[in-house]
Design a protein around this ligand. Structure first.
Ligand code: ADP
Length: 655
């Protein structure tokens, strides 16, 4: 028992060792996987950041080039080719000290201006007489008569002044139709630059005509006229100051019963011009020859101003969103260079000038501030297609994880297989050592009885002849048992080595079984053994090696007797058919269900057999299986624990 227990330990220790090694290997793999994942993530973030940084550098250089080119053009102002009316941009030059030197390109288009150039005002003395009739005598018809000749003079300023006064007098006189006509005539006249009390004459005529139409309740005509007024205001064809523009715009809207139209973008340009004008002293003070850039938001519209300051003049370009987009941003950011990057350009009010809203929080972005780059905008870059890069990384990670998982599986499988084979080896070693001790015991019994009988025969020569014979028979049985034991061991060795030759011949199974049972009875012959043979006289034919089959049957009979307890009853049956069945049945110990298949293996002994103290080597059934396999047959084991067992050899019939 002690030796058995001590043998149990190495096997458990080995299993624990293997489990430990496998667990350590798997843990190392998992740790490696986690580290690799972390590194891969860091690499991925770094790659994305590098892309953004490189794009930011390229973008800043490209924008700097564009703005520098734009600023160089400021030195050439005025230049005809600089301005296209289609652009929402204006170029201006201002005298730093002399405010009258203010030029704008394109020269129409701004809704309003910071300074209004002096226009042509008609001399008031020409109308003195008419105005006396009008304001002192309230004789409007006489006043009209005095004015009519003046409406035909060559001087456009005098003419316009006369027309306005004539229409006013006609209106007061009740001749509203004629007044309307004159206003219409003046409104459509092509005379430019005539100012009446600081307001362009045609604008004043149009406004007066609208007021008159309103008074007359002629809605349709009023609306048409007001629409006209509004459209012309929007084209910027009049040089107005801000307040006048807003006043006329709101008037037109009132007549049209509408909100003032959307002129935010144009107002933004005009207000930017005013901003420059108002700040020209400050800008100029900085440093002659200096340049400036500023991007801000006016009326919700992003406007960028670039200016260049010389001693006597400030030149600037004021660019609206359309110009910035089409001339500056699109050509750069539309190129494939920035395909993988999303750019957001923001002005000093932190409002978006170009590009996309910032990415959701948590998305890595690279920003370049205006204060650092010298550009008028802050720039934020995010990766447009992080999925493309991430996808590539994710795929790599998947592969890596799969590799590691496979490696882990391999480690587990290898450890399992090694563990299993080691524990099998250990089990086999244990079986083998059990076998050695079993064989020693098997030998000991006949050897002991031989020694005792021999001693008795030698020491006592006066033994009666009867006794001597009995002793000699006992000696013979012991010798036979020994030699059978040795033979079966040698046979088993040959079978294991595959060196046992089988000579198959046609046999009568019944006869062979009967003969073997007879021989067995002769040799074993315990007093209470009952052997019941139901074997036909003319048995079925099988093709078999006589000696081997007899040996197999002998082993089954031997077991049936060994394991059938105190009153052995053994049934032997032979059944003809295909296959031929040779069955040995007993009513003994039986075999546990779990052991029914295992007991056919070499050195394996059943639990009940060992517990009941019956000696054995565990090779008997292994030999039976060997022999039957060599005959292309089968061994069937049927048993109920405690109620006996039945072993059947199935053999193919002989022809
Ligand atoms: P052994 O030398 O132990 O008899 P065997 O190979 O002949 O070796 O048998 C293997 C085991 O099968 C036995 O130890 C026993 O447990 C079981 N066995 C074989 N024949 C019988 C039987 N007739 N009844 C019960 N158990 C049996």
């Amino acid at each position: 028992m002690a030796s058995l227990r001590s043998r149990g330990h190495p096997s458990r220790r080995t299993t624990i060792l293997f489990l430990g090694v496998a667990a350590a290997a798997v843990a190392a793999l998992i740790w490696m996987g986690v580290r690799l994942l972390q590194q891969d993530r860091a690499l991925e973030a770094q790659q994305l950041r590098e892309r953004r940084e490189a794009a930011a550098d390229r973008l800043i250089i490209a924008l700097e080039q564009v703005l520098s080119a734009e600023e160089r053009r400021l030195t050439d102002l005025p230049r005809a080719d600089v301005a296209s009316p289609a652009d929402d941009a204006v170029w201006i030059t201002e005298g730093v000290s002399n405010s009258s030197e203010f030029h704008v390109w394109p020269d129409i288009g701004l809704l309003y201006y910071p300074v209004i150039p002096p226009g042509q005002e008609p001399p008031a003395r020409r109308y003195v007489e008419a105005e006396r009739w009008e304001f002192i005598h309230h004789n409007y018809r006489r006043a009209a008569e005095k004015l009519r000749p003046l409406t035909r003079t060559a001087d456009p300023a005098v003419r316009a002044g006369a027309q306005l006064r004539l229409a006013r007098n006609l209106r007061k006189a009740g001749d509203l139709e004629s007044a309307l006509e004159i206003y219409a005539e003046l409104a459509e006249s092509s005379d430019q630059g005539v100012l009446i009390s600081g307001v362009p004459a045609d604008l004043a005529a149009r406004r007066a005509r609208c007021a008159l139409l309103e008074e007359l309740g002629r809605r349709a005509e009023l609306e048409e006229e007001a629409r006209h007024l509004r459209d012309e205001l929007m084209t910027g064809c009049w040089r107005l100051d801000r307040a006048s523009y807003l006043y006329y715009r709101d008037q037109a809207a009132r007549w049209l019963n509408q909100e003032p139209g959307s002129d935010a973008e144009q107002q933004a340009l005009a207000d930017a011009v005013i901003w420059l004008w108002e700040n020209r002293q400050d800008i100029g003070d900085v440093e002659p020859g200096s340049e400036g850039r500023r991007s801000f938001r006016l009326h919700g519209t992003p406007v960028t101003v670039l200016w260049r300051q010389s001693k006597e003049q400030l030149a600037a370009v004021i660019a609206g969103p359309g110009y910035q987009r089409s001339r500056w941003f699109d050509p750069i950011l539309g190129s494939a260079d920035f395909g993988s990057i999303r750019v957001g350009v923001r002005d000093s009010d932190n409002a978006l000038v170009y590009g996309n809203e910032p990415a959701a929080a948590g998305v890595p972005a690279t920003s370049r501030l205006a204060s650092v780059t010298g550009l008028p905008w802050d720039i934020v870059l995010v990766n447009a297609d992080p999925e493309a890069v991430l996808g590539q990384f994710a795929q790599r990670r998947r592969l890596m994880m799969m590799g590691l998982a496979m490696l882990a599986l391999l480690v587990i499988a290898a450890s399992y297989l090694i563990g299993r084979s080691v524990s099998r080896e250990l089990a086999a070693a244990r079986l083998q050592s059990d076998f050695v001790s079993a064989v020693s015991h098997e030998f000991r019994t006949p050897l002991t009885s031989m020694r005792q009988f021999t001693e008795m025969l030698v020491e006592d020569e006066s033994l009666p002849a009867e006794k001597r014979r009995a002793f000699h028979r006992a000696q013979e049985r012991a010798t036979r048992r020994l030699s059978r034991l040795v033979e079966s061991l040698l046979d088993f060795g040959r079978m294991e080595a595959g060196a046992r030759p089988y000579r198959l011949e046609r046999l009568d199974a019944g006869r062979l079984v009967k003969a073997t049972v007879e021989e067995f009875k002769q040799e074993i012959n315990p007093a209470n053994l009952v052997m019941e043979c139901s074997v036909p006289d003319e048995g079925p034919a099988v093709k078999a090696d006589r000696e081997a089959l007899a040996q197999a049957l002998w082993n089954l009979l031997d077991n049936a007797v060994k394991y059938s307890g105190d009153s052995p009853v053994v049934h032997i049956e032979v059944e003809a058919g295909n296959p031929v069945a040779i069955r040995v049945r007993d009513q003994g110990l039986g075999i546990l269900p779990a052991e029914r298949n295992r007991i056919l293996r070499k050195f394996v002994r059943g639990t009940s057999a060992k517990a009941s103290g019956v000696k054995g080597t565990g090779i008997g059934l292994a030999m039976v299986k060997h022999i039957v396999d060599a005959h292309a047959g089968k061994v069937l084991v049927e048993s109920e624990s405690g109620e006996g067992s039945s072993f059947t050899i199935l053999l193919p019939p002989g022809e």
